[in-house]
Design a protein around this ligand. Sequence first.
Ligand SMILES: Cc1ncc(COP(=O)(O)O)c(C=O)c1O
Length: 362
Amino acid sequence: MMSRVYNFCAGPAALPEPVLAFARDELLSYQGMGLSVMEMSHRSPEFEQIVKEAEASLRRLLSISDDYHVLFMQGGATLQFSLIPMNLLRGKKQADYLVTGTWSEKALEDASRLCRAHCVASNQAARYTNIPDPSTWQLSSPDQSAYLHYCPNETIVGVEFPFVPDVALPLVADMSSTLLSRPIDVSRFGLIYAGAQKNIGPAGLVIVIVRKDWVGDVIPGTPQLLNYQEVAKQHSMINTPPSFSIYLAGLVFRWLEAMGGVSAIAAVNERKAMNLYRTIDESEFYHNPVEKSCRSWMNVPFTLKDEELDVLFLKQADQLGLKNLKGHRLVGGMRASLYNAVPEEGVAALIAFMKAFAQKHG
Ligand SMILES: Cc1ncc(COP(=O)(O)O)c(C=O)c1O
């Protein structure tokens, strides 16, 4: 078999190798049926079972109660930026947004086409390297605003909330790059959404976990396909769903359960991230600008002492099978994304390379 690289891409990101191997083995003939999941009717009992099992596994992983719908939708996390106000304003004209990076900024921008999107606080002036002090947030009252939207892990700048905001407004969270990386208390949220291409599965699929008593009061003109209540009623199958993506997500959930679940993977994730941050902090050569209290476990951006060495760094890393380390164009430098499927050996290999590179060029 062709050897696999260590993939530090921010998304679409590394998937667990055993999952890919398992899917490969039953690609031509799912459970002896003589056809692949991609070729199977989404109305067949076999596919219905795949969806049911994927949902049940996710519910077990995150202890999602019966008070919540779990929806498999399309359009990535970006479409949710609009669906959230369409579905969750519930008669109000305003929603609150906390801006801690590019993704929460985009969410606010899209929401502002549909409602008054009130910016509670923004740390743009600090180049998104910290979380604005909660005592400075200009929150609206629950009479005025329908919810508070925030992004617990900003993938581009690598800022992660070490706490869940304690506010009167119901919380809506874009967990695209953190869901399943550490335990969360779902009951603290009205709605959680996550694009699949980080810790879940193929891009395009998006997971929505929403309180059942929150859905149904959509803004006029909302298409059926974008209406959470309708999607829930028809078990995420109003139209042909992204069937292979749901199947693969189900395999990833099963893999995570076999790994010991979210708490077990969180311990590994913390170790991976702390080892890398330690390497950065202990060197004079690398730098991470994010305030220590809110550094992401999933996305670690860093710069080199001399920007002119970036190309050489990336080339040599690539030759060693350390792939996709180029930072986002808005931030520059490097970014190592350390999602669940990135093994500890991969992070150790990256650290060894970084140390050797710094020694040679520092
Ligand atoms: C936190 C966050 N939100 C939203 C998105 C957008 O996701 P999509 O490309 O699936 O629309 C991303 C993409 O990387 C992201 O990291």
